[in-house]
Design a protein around this ligand. Structure first.
Ligand code: 5GP
Length: 204
């Protein structure tokens, strides 16, 4: 059996859905998986380090990389640029490693479009969307954690509703109700990706 490529696992979900906790939990069990380090123009927070959580770039540097066609996708999120370098996605998968991308919906949809014109991308990408058990529960979670005003909260909830309308454009949906169960579902999806004939070939 010849393993041709790893998988590029693209994960999105609305804010408040618990995506970071869920992904963190699932990825702990997969030390060999690579994490795609995005570029961003936002400032580092807390203990974040350049080249670890993100590559922190100036607007000018980011725009230079757009002009050089270095991104497989890029988008503006909360007033800052975020983008995935082609090298971050393609280098690991070409070497047989899985790579994990935590990106927003605009970025995921750009990669979806790019897959239509690029066979290698189409062969390696898998799209997972995380949803809450219900809108009411998402709203309660957003209220619970936020120090937001009613107005900001209404904006977040409106945005989350809009984002949930994209769920069916992904390949897989994970409901984040029970964290343990959702993490197990993510792990079993990721291990099944390896078996796809898009990425492995039977050879005598
Ligand atoms: P944060 O600033 O909190 O780290 O991330 C904010 C949002 O940007 C999250 O929804 C995250 O998924 C998204 N994001 C992070 N990296 C990328 C990227 O490379 N491309 C896109 N399109 N979104 C990203």
């Amino acid at each position: 059996m010849k393993q041709l490529y790893g998988s590029a696992i693209i994960v999105s979900g609305p804010s408040g859905v618990g995506k970071s906790t869920l992904c963190g939990k699932a990825l702990q069990a997969l030390p060999e998986i690579k994490f795609s380090i995005s570029c961003t123009t936002r400032n580092p927070r807390g203990s974040e380090q350049n080249g670890v959580e993100y590559f922190f770039l100036s607007h000018q540097e980011f725009e230079k990389r757009i002009a050089n066609d270095e991104f497989v996708e890029h988008a503006e999120v909360f007033g800052n640029y975020y983008g995935t370098l082609k090298s971050q996605l393609l280098d690991p998968v070409k070497n047989g490693y899985d790579v994990f991308l935590d990106i927003d919906i605009q970025g995921a949809m750009q990669i979806r479009e790019a897959c239509k014109k690029d066979q290698l991308l189409a062969n390696v990408c898998e799209f997972i969307f995380i949803v809450p058990p219900s809108l009411q529960i998402l709203e309660a979670r957003l209220r619970g954690r936020a120090t937001d005003s009613e107005e900001q909260l209404a904006l977040r909830i409106g945005k989350a509703k809009h984002e949930l309308s994209f769920a069916n454009l992904y390949d897989y949906i994970i409901v984040n109700d029970n964290l343990e169960l959702a993490a197990e579902e993510m792990l079993s999806l990721i291990s099944s990706f390896k078996l796809s004939t898009k990425r492995r070939q039977w050879e005598e």
